[in-house]
Design a protein around this ligand. Structure first.
Ligand code: ADP
Ligand code: DP6
Ligand code: CO
Length: 325
């Protein structure tokens, strides 16, 4: 017997970041986070359970994967099998329309798509909340990619109450993200390792937890009142606070490179010229510029003049998980 399902999930970029877990096995975060799902970057994943298979297999971008990347997906299949009470092996075929492990949230779209396709192929019918809880077990940020637009991952404190929910799926604010790829290589320090090291060794970690709670309240108010400037100011500040945890860890480290800082400087200078633009960075050197549609062409012009070699894309708010069959 064979059972197949395909799903598409988009990446999301956090405006209020998740950076640390209070439970590593269950992926329960220390703080709640809030993101914008993007239309431009996504993962398509097909899962086929088949009685005839004798092992799980994982293909990423048409290449068979072995080692830790494959093992993570097999551990995830195990969770699905437990829920569905089956013991059939599966083949996963996934295509990333986003650079993998470069700080553009491939793990978010990847595990949201795998949760969708895998659970459906296994015969489960899950609510979006249950899908978000399941996706979370693959990668925390994936919990938010089940939903479109602005999505909040409520931290909770156990497997049942840690999941994302939509804040505003159809975004009313004029907001876009310009992704500036200065380096698409895979990061040396995964998000998983980086956040745990910061949590264990930065003396500022508890302050981050306290500040994040306040930032989240203010961010939700900015969304409700359509206040782009407040949203951008909060997002840039929250991202810099997250990265300061890494710099203050022992030993300290950073995902930034020289170009990251130069682009950050350019964005801050745009504001002096009355162009409202804000930067956010994740676990990688690439910068996401938060901007309004009326300004994106000007910003890209200025960016291209200063950095002719960077790869620039415009992303708009995207929708949540969809099934392709
Ligand atoms: P990113 O910034 O891209 O989210 P992470 O370090 O958080 O980087 O996650 C990258 C990891 O996510 C990869 O090493 C791999 O384990 C997993 N991943 C990425 N894309 C896929 C995919 N399409 N299917 C399954 N796992 C994936
Ligand atoms: C900086 O979700 O990739 O992008 O849960 O260990 O898989 P794991 O980590 P991941 O971390 C994302 C970190 C971030 C901020 C964010 O997306 O909230
Ligand atoms: Co990730």
């Amino acid at each position: 017997m064979q059972s197949t399902s395909s799903a598409r999930a988009h990446t999301n970029i956090a405006l209020i970041k998740y950076w640390g877990k209070k439970n590593q096995e269950l992926i329960i975060p220390t703080t709640s986070s809030l993101s914008l799902t993007l239309d431009r970057f996504y993962t398509d994943t097909k899962v086929t359970f088949d009685d005839k298979l004798t092992a799980d297999t994982f293909y990423l971008n048409h290449q068979q994967m072995v080692g830790p990347i494959a093992d993570k997906t097999f551990a995830f299949l195990k969770l699905i099998r437990q829920q569905a009470q089956i013991d059939t092996f599966a083949t996963i075929e996934s295509i990333n329309h986003v650079p993998t492990a470069a700080g553009l949230a491939s793990s978010a779209s990847a595990f949201a798509a795998l949760a969708g396709a895998g659970s459906k192929a296994a015969g489960l019918t899950l609510t979006k909340q249950a899908l978000s809880r399941l996706a979370r077990r693959g990668s925390g940020s994936a919990a938010r990619s089940i939903f479109g637009g602005f999505s909040e991952w409520h931290a909770g404190d156990n497997d049942l109450n840690s999941f994302a929910h939509p804040i505003q799926e159809n975004v009313t604010m004029d907001i876009q993200m310009i992704t500036v790829v200065v380096d698409a290589h895979e990061k040396k320090i995964t998000s998983r390792m980086g956040m745990q090291h910061a949590l264990l060794t930065s003396p500022f970690y508890q302050t981050w937890v306290n500040e994040a709670a306040k930032d989240l309240v203010a961010m939700k108010a900015a969304i409700v009142s359509n206040d782009f400037k407040a949203l951008g100011t909060l997002a840039e500040n929250n991202a810099l606070q997250m990265h300061s945890l890494n710099l203050s860890a022992k030993p300290g480290f950073t995902y930034f490179n020289g170009s990251t800082l130069e682009i950050l400087d350019l964005v801050q200078n745009l504001r002096k010229q009355q162009i409202l633009a804000f930067a956010t960075m994740d676990a990688g050197p690439n910068v996401k510029i938060i901007a309004q549609s009326k300004d994106t062409a000007t910003i890209i012009d200025i960016l291209k003049q200063a950095f002719p070699h960077v790869q620039v894309e415009i992303a708009k708010p995207g929708h949540g998980l969809i099934y392709l069959d």
